[in-house]
Ligand binder design. Sequence first.
Ligand SMILES: [Zn+2]
Length: 301
Amino acid sequence: MLFRALLLALGLIAVSLPASAEIKAVATFSILGNLLAEVAGDKAAVSAVVGPDMDAHAYQPRPGDARALAEAQVLVSNGLGFEGWIERLAKAAPFKGKAVVATTGVATLAAGSDQGHSHGHAHDHAADPHCWQDVQRVRTYVANIARGLAEADPPNAAYYRERAEAFDRRLAELDAWVKEEIAKVPADKRRAITGHDSFRYFSSAYGVKFQSPRGYNTSSEPSARDVAALIRAAREQRIKALFVENMTNPGLIDQIARESGAVVGPRLYTDALSGPDGPAPTYEKMMRHNVSALVAGMLKN
Ligand SMILES: [Zn+2]
């Protein structure tokens, strides 16, 4: 615990610190940190720059982050502009190891709004970075991570490949489970409102329609008109399933609930895991928690 507190003070979150670790691997945020730790096993000490319950969109790197990157052999980022701060940080460190962009080869969806409101910044027509909300796409993340670890640490290549294959089998089961759970909700009730627009890939993969008062980036503030339009839509479409995410301000969602009659469900974990004692300390637990909460909420629609 003392060591963990020390790492926190340095601005770095330890994900796993195996005694026999041979290399150091850093992920940009907690969800990637877990995927990386699942593949790395006890051959790499894994840390995440942006820890549990923290917003990676709006992160400000600290001096400890540069020190961790300077010592690391592997750096895993999501890419697609999700971590706008990572390139400058890696250059400043400097990071000299193997850089893995986890979304390499993943089919992307456009981040543009389909609700007629503008995000007001340069990423309007860029790809949506939240690919991890589709378990099938995360299988590609895991393959990319395994390849990167093998290149950085060739003597353990077979070890990483076997860990990745075992993890991939669990992800295939998880994907099937998500589909079974969503199928319990009648098709016309598969609608929910969330705090920021991070569910496009989930929506596309699993057939749930999401609406959100702000864009995909937590730094864009919705206008009063956007919020009013969403409240009207919630009333008209009788959407009861309303959710707030672990790393965004709940004020807006509370307002929508008050004015539309929707019910605020359990907190969803979208861009960050929970701490070790929360309901979403790993990627698999995060998906199971979110899907269970969504299904229970949508059944009330
Ligand atoms: Zn996000």
